[in-house]
Design a protein around this ligand. Sequence first.
Ligand SMILES: Cc1cc2nc3c(=O)[nH]c(=O)nc-3n(C[C@H](O)[C@H](O)[C@H](O)COP(=O)(O)OP(=O)(O)OC[C@H]3O[C@@H](n4cnc5c(N)ncnc54)[C@H](O)[C@@H]3O)c2cc1C
Ligand code: SF4
Length: 528
Amino acid sequence: MADERIDVLVIGSGAAGGALTWRLTERGAKVVCLEQGGWIDPTSFASAQLDYESHLVRGDFHLDPNIRQRPEDYPVLVGGDYPIDVSMFNSVGGTTIHWQGHFPRFHPSDFKVRSLDGVADDWPVSYQDLEPYYDLNDNMLGISGISGDPANPPRSARQTPPLPLGKMGKTIVSGFEKLGWHWWVSDQAILSESYNNRPGCMLHGKCMFGCPMGAKASTDRTYWPLSIDKGAEIRTWSRVKEITVNNKGEAKGALYFDKEGNLHEIKAKVVVVCCNGIGTPRLLLNSKSSLFPQGLANSNGQVGRHYMTHPYVMGYGIFEDKMDSHIGPMGIPFLSQQFYETDPKRDFVRGFTMQGERTFGPFSQSFGLPWGASHHDAFNEVFPHQAGISALIDDLPDPNNRVELSEEKTDSNGIPAAKVIYSLTENTKNQMEFAWLKVKEALETAGAKRVYRFPLANGAHLMGSARMGNDPQKSVVNANNQTHDVPNLFIVDGSSFTTGAGVNPTSTIMALALRAADKIWEKRSDWN
Ligand SMILES: Cc1cc2nc3c(=O)[nH]c(=O)nc-3n(C[C@H](O)[C@H](O)[C@H](O)COP(=O)(O)OP(=O)(O)OC[C@H]3O[C@@H](n4cnc5c(N)ncnc54)[C@H](O)[C@@H]3O)c2cc1C
Ligand code: SF4
């Protein structure tokens, strides 16, 4: 095993690793992916169990790896003025096992915030550069929705019709209509009808605990079967300890632990890191050598810095009518981008997406209610009468928000864990307060008799910690996701984001991954 030398080593099999491996394998590259977790049998998903809701507070499908503590997980400590617990999943498919499949794209303006708003930095790629890859990825996954949203550039016909808005959706959009605010049916990476050998959604509403049907596009059900058919190899239970380098400062391969704790070496012509916005900087910082004493690709000290996550402002309204918000996929049924672009009259730049939020089932709806004689009345008031709106805030980069190595904790192989330091910027704080007023106004206009703010922080969008840029002093990778320091090392996941935008990140992560695969393939004559 020590003597093999493959074309491309991919580390991490989630959204990015899945898409990139498929594209490279389809073109003819010999790709091996090392993944620290295993395949998850869909019948074992929490969503397939009657007590699925109890997994919100405990159990081996919990969103937070610190609570879940599967052997394949690693601890993620949090600190700073606004510590946000992190959500991720470590298995074949990565966090797409847990994700909700809401699939908006960045706006063209998101790539140019320095030019337009004088903040952060422009991306070295544009919406137009990514557009063909957004389209290719949509075709591969199958997206439900309707094209024609006036807030976004035109896009090709969606692969399946939109998922139902449901009573909650129709009620809230009536509020947007009355206010004259933009709204549109969301693109969702959840099939409404069968497509590419996967079935349409059954409207279970348990998507965050794994979709047992395969209607939700997790990469274990989409890209991985196709890649394996074409010859890609995925080595599960293979946790990478460090990326190795040769004496010329090129990536040589990786050292990884198998399930029994034995250490192996794999050699490759090109190495691509797809471990997400926390796992990637953690691995780079753990890959120290005499040539790279601060960690790999970190000669400028930028690895881990500019970490972004999307703080949420979440509001729920309680309505007289039944909303049945627990029925239907957890993915966002509709969105409003009325306040997405910069308005100089406000005390912040950039903006946010407002999105319809369903609820979990009856068990979680009882959280926080009084016990005793008044419990049933309180419960009957909220269930099934709640419907929500969240505002997903554009979180601009700040060098002090960062991922570093923990000095206290390690994973089960003794590799230093990650620590995330995060505080809100003034721009984000101002945006959040404005967004709350708009969320409240929309719910009240839709007819809610009572509105309350729900404390949701959202540590699920992990971005910016090995960012893209033209300037090698200020960024870690170039426009092709290639590191400035190590020519045959690529970083392809949310850590490469220059800015975070006001939408969910994964369609952009996957479009970047498909594009990076093409860039790697185009330069294959340089592989040696
Ligand atoms: C509850 C929830 C809901 C979400 N909903 C949405 C949504 O609706 N829309 C949206 O756009 N996004 C959503 N997201 C975010 C989305 O899941 C992520 O953006 C996406 O999965 C990131 O893809 P990735 O490939 O960068 O990382 P991941 O999917 O996290 O994959 C990284 C993989 O790398 C592996 N890995 C890490 N370190 C190592 C190592 N040292 N050795 C070997 N393997 C390693 C991990 O095990 C993991 O499998 C949601 C996330 C959560 C938690
Ligand atoms: S609601 Fe649809 S996407 Fe969600 S778990 Fe059920 S079948 Fe899967």
